[in-house]
Design a protein around this ligand. Structure first.
Ligand SMILES: Nc1nc2c(ncn2[C@@H]2O[C@H](COP(=O)(O)OP(=O)(O)OP(=O)(O)O)[C@@H](O)[C@H]2O)c(=O)[nH]1
Ligand SMILES: [Mg+2]
Ligand SMILES: [Zn+2]
Length: 288
């Protein structure tokens, strides 16, 4: 049995890098798809370039999304999620909040990047500032011109980039690692392969201590695996007030003497409260 790191995941095929740096194309036994880029695994070789994953080694972290039927793993063993937004096309704030909830529940550090800052968008800049005010690390970037400001945030971290299609995730990889050439939208337009450019999740080494995973654009981010407790905790500005509502089981929707609702327009913005309430209603629709 050989130990390796999963450096790419395409549906049911995985690329595993062995300790001697050989890259082996692997499948799983049966229909298992519970492996992610960043996983450490043990494989059995079936040919000199092919193998079967026999075992997943214990994970430090696991970032995933889920609906009522299945989970989709995004990345294993990452220390940081880099949520990539752009000035154009405009981004969905609900998706940003879902990424934040998943990251908080998985205990992963967050960096929110607003890319394409060469293109004007006052609304996006203002939104980014609101998240900085909550305490999140944020960065304005123009990946096509000047990638250097991103470097200190990636150093020493195992990061995964997530975001909608077209935000510039693969462009960031190419700017950091020009020799690796991840496929971006211009190239796929030439190949006429549709809107989503990146189809696999792939891990890139930045230096001996840092790596960055590129992932396909997200359209939705199901949070079926998140509990009410995790959801409340994931809204970081709620934390000082949780446990101070009149009712122990307060969901902060419209209960009297709710410590969260009492903070409306103070520590809690109407916008974030609405996002929280929508996720809570969804959670209880799912479980009732
Ligand atoms: N003006 C401008 N365009 C950018 C910038 N960064 C990326 N782009 C463009 O945005 C488009 C999409 O970039 P990609 O890197 O393919 O986006 P992606 O997030 O990887 O998209 P998916 O793989 O579909 O998820 C390309 O045409 C890039 O050239 C930037 O900083 N400024
Ligand atoms: Mg891409
Ligand atoms: Zn309450």
């Amino acid at each position: 049995m050989l130990k390796g790191l999963v450096v790419a995941a395409f549906g049911k095929r995985y690329e595993v890098e062995l300790e001697d740096k050989r890259r082996i194309s692997c499948v799983t036994r049966g229909k298992k798809t519970d492996i992610a880029s960043g996983d450490y695994v043990e494989i059995a070789l079936t040919d000199h370039r092919e193998g079967v994953v026999e075992k997943i080694l214990p994970r430090k972290t696991l970032l995933y999304r889920s609906n009522a039927f299945k989970s989709k793993l995004l990345a294993a063993n990452v220390t940081q999620i880099v949520i990539v937004l752009a000035t154009q096309p405009s981004f969905y704030e609900a998706l940003l909040n879902r990424c934040l909830v998943a990251a908080e529940a998985a205990g992963i550090k967050v960096l929110i990047v607003l890319n394409k800052c060469d293109l004007p968008n006052a609304d996006a800049t203002e939104k980014l500032a609101q998240y900085a005010q909550l305490g999140y690390q944020t960065l304005s970037l123009t990946a096509t011109n000047h990638i250097a400001p991103l470097l200190p945030y990636l150093h020493g971290e195992q990061s995964v980039m997530v975001g909608q299609s077209g935000m510039g995730k693969s462009t960031i990889i190419n700017a950091l690692l020009p020799s690796q050439a991840a496929r971006t939208q211009e190239i796929s337009a030439a190949l006429d392969s549709g809107k989503h450019t990146t189809t696999a999740t792939r891990l890139y080494y930045l230096d001996a201590d840092s790596s960055l995973i590129d992932s396909p654009g997200l359209q939705e981010f199901g949070l079926h695996h998140i509990s009410q407790f995790e959801l409340e905790q994931a809204f970081i500005e709620f934390r000082p007030y949780l446990g101070h509502c009149r009712f122990n089981n307060c969901r902060h929707l419209h209960e009297p003497d709710c410590a969260i609702l009492n903070q409306l327009n103070l520590a809690v913005s109407p916008n974030r409260l609405a996002q929280y309430q929508q996720l809570t209603e969804e959670l209880h629709r799912n479980t009732s």
